[in-house]
Design a protein around this ligand. Structure first.
Ligand SMILES: C[S@@+](CC[C@H](N)C(=O)[O-])C[C@H]1O[C@@H](n2cnc3c(N)ncnc32)[C@H](O)[C@@H]1O
Length: 579
């Protein structure tokens, strides 16, 4: 009896552990396509047989499968050194009590830099600066091994500096990597001012905490609804804390880059918090550095973000980050809704004479009065607060969605073929997109969606995305805060970033454009102020693989936060997503 009980609880424990491990791998499918860990999990069994030191850190479940304790810093350290040895032939010793580099994340960052250089046709002798290389010297060692890039690696912390030097020597890479000890006030400027050398790029994983309180988790910026991290933070305060945290550190880099300009062709940094991106992008815009881009690094259960900028006009940040087959594409926009038009849709369809619907119909005062027999051509795409007729501009999210599975807020759901129709949702939403005025759209009757889909299916998703992109680039302007006028009314569209796997300021400058050709069939009311919106949020739609898109919403403002979940639910219902 006792044995059974023990076995039973262990079985449950191990099943739970398996589930946990599977969940922790959830973001791997979004890893860089060339990341060798994207489809290949570390084989603990194999590693334990080959590396006795690693064997000490794994333990078996009832089926004999091996697990590693991600909460144990020694185990993490051992995993990283073992992977560096096994997969890159690098002998690395990591100092105790210092940050342990997770290898898949470091690879994602290096691969993004590879992409930038490739897209900008930068070839030949590549040299990089790694600001704050850590005791591992991980970026220079991996990059030198993979690409033969030369590196100047800087480090503030004595222990890390000594260890980094030894790691370079241990791997006979002193011809490629030079490690330099720096003082606290130095990020890039002093290092580069003393040398005539120019560099292809710089990279940085900055100290991420503002102060010791944040480092100890006492003032935590992590929201309560996020699960606890599954691995421990191994960084010491000396290497993880800088005044103002990562935002101030990277801002300093940005300001220094203004002096250094093309001495470094591509400036990049990683950030640990998504919220750090906004102030940094704002800083770049403020300083009129408009050639910049951001990206996401997804691995296991962790996400990090990359920011890159350049003063060299030949540097092009990847607009498309694709493995040639998957055509990964992403559109982001700001949605603003002034009233709830998404709830009880079924009821409204069944009882069209309901008071609720009648009230709703009274919105026709905002609607287009332009008669047309074919309402399908007015189908709206949720792009930059503007409504593009499908036939004319082919700006249509449906094409992205209709092919396959939908992932909502990180979860992936298979979609019934051809049922994913975001355009239809847009049309029925009566929401203005990124506008300070509600854009009311002509409603289709229930039969018309089929004909709409039929039209949409004639076109290719890629060409639609390209056309949207072209429209933006031809406008030669940032879609940030563009005022577009039509019929004497103003539509303000905010912050459109249209790109693949990055939100980019590349090639986008402020401009004025008329919306007449883009909004030929709509009339707009501007009798509601921006402050009165029920919901204002970011919407990100990303094509991840041929048969998968992801929809993500993040809250900006409004009077009803819950409405964001309702809209997501509405998407799920409308897209006929099956869990
Ligand atoms: C978060 S760790 C990153 C270490 C390593 N690059 C990695 O990714 O694992 C930040 C590193 O930057 C170093 N550091 C902090 N301020 C610095 C500065 N002004 N210049 C150079 N290194 C600095 C810290 O000592 C620490 O090793």
């Amino acid at each position: 009896m006792r044995i059974r009980k023990t076995y039973g609880s262990r079985f449950v424990y191990n099943s739970f552990l398996k589930l946990f491990i599977e969940l922790t791998m959830a973001l791997n499918k979004f890893m860089h396509p060339r990341n060798k860990y994207k489809n290949k999990k570390a084989n603990f069994q194999y590693l334990a047989i080959k590396y006795p030191e690693f064997r000490k850190h794994v333990y078996p479940d009832v089926s004999g499968k091996l697990f590693l304790d991600f909460k144990n810093p020694d185990s993490l350290r051992q995993l990283s050194t073992t992977l560096m040895k096994e997969d890159f032939g690098l002998d690395v010793v990591l100092p105790p009590d210092r940050l342990v580099p997770t290898i898949p994340l470091r690879l994602n960052y290096i691969l993004w830099i590879e992409d930038i250089l490739k897209d900008s046709s930068v070839e030949g002798d590549i040299s990089g600066i790694d600001v704050g290389t850590g005791g591992s010297c991980v970026y220079p060692l991996l990059s030198a091994r993979m690409n033969k890039w030369r590196f100047l690696a800087t480090e503030l912390d004595d222990t890390n500096f000594t260890c980094a030097v030894k790691n370079v020597e241990r791997n006979q890479m002193t011809n490629l990597i030079q490690v330099q000890k720096v003082e606290k006030s130095v990020v890039l400027l002093d290092v580069l001012n003393t040398s005539a050398a120019t560099f292809t790029f710089c990279m940085c994983n900055p100290p991420f905490f503002m102060d010791n309180l944040e480092a100890q988790g006492i003032t935590n910026t992590r929201s309560d609804d996020r699960p606890e991290p599954h691995s421990v933070c191994t960084a010491s305060p000396t290497e993880s804390v800088a005044f103002g945290g990562e935002v101030e550190f990277v801002k300093k880099m940005i300001h220094e880059s203004l002096e250094l300009k093309t001495k470094v062709r591509v400036y990049t940094s990683m950030v640990g918090k998504k919220t750090s991106l906004s102030p940094l992008k704002e800083e770049l815009r403020k300083l009129k550095i408009l050639n910049f881009s951001t990206t996401e690094f997804c691995q296991g259960k962790t996400m990090r973000w990359g920011l890159g900028w350049s003063f060299d006009e030949t540097i092009k940040f990847p607009i498309k980050c694709e493995d040639k087959k998957s055509n990964e594409t992403k559109i982001s926009m700001v949605l603003t809704a002034y009233q709830n038009t998404w709830s009880n849709q079924r009821k409204k369809r069944r009882h069209p004479k309901d008071k609720q619907l009648q009230e709703h119909s009274s919105d026709t005062k905002y609607m287009n009065t332009n008669n047309s027999n074919d309402t399908t051509q007015y189908a709206a795409s949720l792009i930059a607060g503007e409504t593009f007729p499908v036939e004319k501009n082919q700006a249509n999210l449906t094409e992205i969605a209709h092919k396959g599975d939908i992932s909502v807020a990180g979860e992936t759901f298979p979609v019934e073929k051809n049922q994913a129709n975001l355009t239809e949702i847009a049309q029925k939403f009566d929401i203005s997109v990124a506008g300070n005025t509600p854009v009311k759209r002509k409603r289709k009757d229930s039969g018309s969606s089929n004909s709409l889909e039929a039209k949409i299916q004639k076109t290719e998703a890629n060409s639609q995305i390209s056309e949207i992109r072209e429209m933006i680039q031809n406008a030669d302007g940032s879609m940030d805060n563009i005022d577009t006028s039509m019929n004497g009314n103003k539509i303000k569209s905010e912050s459109i970033d249209l790109e693949a796997s990055s939100s980019s300021g590349v090639n986008i400058k402020r401009c004025e454009t008329t919306a007449e050709n883009l909004l030929p069939t709509l009339s707009v009311s501007n009798n509601q102020s921006e402050n009165s919106s029920l919901l204002k949020c970011n919407l990100f739609v990303k094509q991840i693989e041929d048969e998968m898109i992801s929809i993500e919403m993040s809250w900006i403002d409004g009077t009803c936060r819950e409405s964001m979940n309702q809209v997501l639910q509405y998407f799920k219902n409308k897209l006929k997503v099956s869990a």
